[in-house]
Design a protein around this ligand. Structure first.
Ligand SMILES: [Zn+2]
Length: 108
């Protein structure tokens, strides 16, 4: 057993790190997420000021990277989209522009 965790992702918050860690574990990938600030003695820092890094073992790196890139694609798909016809910003759940009814462009 080696102990060579490698850094794979910097999450924007401990919550995201938790989410991604769960995602990777669900795929059978061992992850290390040192996001326990109270144990490190930096308890006064607000949670969102703490860099939350996800580590994986080197042999799982490629698989983990793949899962994380899928996650990033998904979160991009869940973002608001801008109507190319009228420039209106639409919620991710809308399939067509609420203003001009133009279909949502395929962002692939
Ligand atoms: Zn529109």
């Amino acid at each position: 057993m080696s102990d060579q965790w490698i850094k794979i992702y910097r999450a924007s918050s401990p919550i995201e790190a938790e989410l991604l860690g769960g995602l990777l574990r669900a795929e059978g990938i061992q992850v290390h997420v040192p996001n326990n600030p109270s144990a490190g003695g930096v308890g006064e820092l607000p949670a969102d000021a703490i860099e939350t890094v996800i580590y994986v073992m080197p042999e799982a790196y490629d698989a983990a990277k793949h899962i994380l890139s899928l996650y990033e694609q998904n979160s991009a798909n869940n973002a608001e989209w801008c109507c190319p016809a009228c420039g209106e910003l639409n919620p991710a759940s809308f399939e067509e522009c609420w203003q001009c009814q133009k279909e949502r462009p395929v962002t692939d």
